[in-house]
Write a protein that binds this ligand. Structure first.
Ligand code: PMP
Length: 435
């Protein structure tokens, strides 16, 4: 009998016993290849000795010091490293305990920034359909997933949603990829003019859409145009790299590949790599200075922010990524994984699209390839694939709602950066079996 309140009330999950690189072993001794790093979390795999050792040493020194009174060496060191590596213009790091907290903080920071610079009318957020930014109320409002939002709608920050940059489904006949990107980016301007640009504080988007769409990268030029529109109307650009950041797409920050720098950047998941719960909101010097020279106090905070153990884990993860040249591994193994997925599925009648960057790959399932018709939600296809893969000893991240929040299915792959060639073969083989 379990006394836990699980996510799915009637689930009866196996108990994870220990980790072994790219595998998790349960209490019955069954091994699962972690093909999605949980949910793009475990970028170093499980039981990494370097991270474990760093955590043990920090635990012997001090586990917790409340940031209302004291800073800590791990938090200071992590912030310094992140700023050295961050996109241009990013100068400060606000440490929290996960992705939703980072997004929530970014929305509140945007609001406070506009109050500090005397633009109190700016309170709206614009985001995109088929996006996920977290489950706390501000972050949930930003997300463009109707079924997740519906029952909490009366509690939400005012947000509107424009079309995503989803080439497979959005590109029109006769349009080049570039033209498609510019057209969907321009929807931001249309929406700003519709709601009144002076009422909008921020536009938020994932550079590569993860959970809700299955690793959909923006096309070339899209984010440059978005940046231009934000600048023209004085709107902040928040890039949510909670899932796609921290090396997952082959560069430490995904937005590097789009050639843009945001005003606010959120990261989590791969930052602590599952060794500790941690997230971060990074912001520009201009935003930080407006607050530090204004009220001098960001009206937000959490008990566990800047937790020394969490910061220690994140620094150890960043050290591992650098010392072991794991970004090269992500690019190399990402190419291999893509090649193997194409070999396995290019002729498959129900695989519509294979996409992504680095070790962040998505597969979209369709009932009919020519018309790109999705499977109906009632078929529960993604749930069946998830169950079959799990049975075969593979953890992957199948989700539904790809098309309209209801119908459509995709599978998200985000294996550890240390995945070997033979483990890639095993992953594709088990996935084929499940599909
Ligand atoms: N933003 C994005 C892009 C995410 O993918 C997620 C989690 N899937 C979140 C925010 C929320 O993160 P968390 O679950 O750690 O609160």
């Amino acid at each position: 009998m379990s006394f836990l309140f699980p996510r799915y009330c009637h689930s009866n999950l196996p108990i994870a016993d220990y980790g072994d690189g790219c595998y998790i072993v349960d209490k019955q001794g069954k091994r699962y290849l972690d093909g999605s790093g949980g949910a793009a979390v475990s970028c170093l795999g499980h039981s990494d000795p370097q991270v474990t050792e760093a955590l043990k040493q920090q635990l012997d020194k001090i586990a917790f010091a409340h940031t209302g009174f004291l800073s800590s060496e791990p938090a200071e060191a992590l912030a310094e490293t992140l700023i050295k590596l961050a996109p241009e213009g990013i100068e400060r790091v606000y440490l929290v305990s996960g992705g939703s907290e980072a997004v929530e903080a970014s929305i509140k920071l945007a609001r406070q920034y506009f109050l500090e610079i005397d633009q109190p009318q700016r309170h709206r957020v614009i985001a995109r359909q088929q996006s996920y930014h977290g489950n706390t109320l501000g972050a949930l409002a930003a997300g463009g997933n109707e079924w997740r939002r519906a029952q909490f709608a009366p509690l939400m920050v005012e947000t509107s949603h424009i079309a995503p940059c989803y080439e497979y489904r959005g590109k029109q006949d006769g349009e080049t990829t570039y033209e498609f990107g510019q057209r969907v980016a321009n929807e931001l301007e249309t929406e700003l003019l519709r709601v009144g640009p002076e009422s909008v504080m921020a536009f938020i988007a994932e550079p590569v859409v993860g959970a809700t769409s299955g690793a959909v990268p923006a096309v070339e030029g899209y984010f440059k145009r978005i940046r231009e529109i934000c600048d023209n109307y004085g709107v902040l650009l928040i890039l949510d790299e909670v899932m796609c950041g921290m090396g997952r797409t082959g560069s430490l920050f995904a937005c590097e590949q789009d050639g843009v720098s945001p005003d606010i950047l959120t990261i989590a998941k791969g930052l602590g790599a599952g060794y500790q719960p941690i997230g971060a909101m990074l912001c520009s010097g201009a935003i930080y200075n407006a607050i530090s020279e204004g009220s001098g106090f960001f009206q937000h905070g959490h008990t566990y922010m800047g937790h020394p153990m969490a910061a220690t884990a994140a620094s150890a993860v960043l050290t591992a990524i650098t010392e072991r040249d794991l970004l090269s591994a992500v690019n190399q193994q990402g190419d291999l994984l893509t090649q193997k997925l194409h070999e396995a599925f290019d002729e498959h009648p129900h695989i519509g699209d294979i996409r992504g960057r680095g070790l962040f790959r998505g597969i979209e399932l369709v009932e009919d390839r020519d018309s790109k018709t999705p499977f109906a939600k009632s078929q529960q296809l993604n749930k069946k694939i998830k169950a079959a893969a799990f049975e075969a000893g593979l953890i992957c991240y199948p989700m539904g709602g790809t098309i309209d929040g209801q119908n459509g299915d995709h599978i998200l792959l985000a294996p550890p950066f240390i995945i070997s060639n033979t483990q890639i073969d095993e992953l594709v083989e088990k996935l084929s079996l499940a599909i």
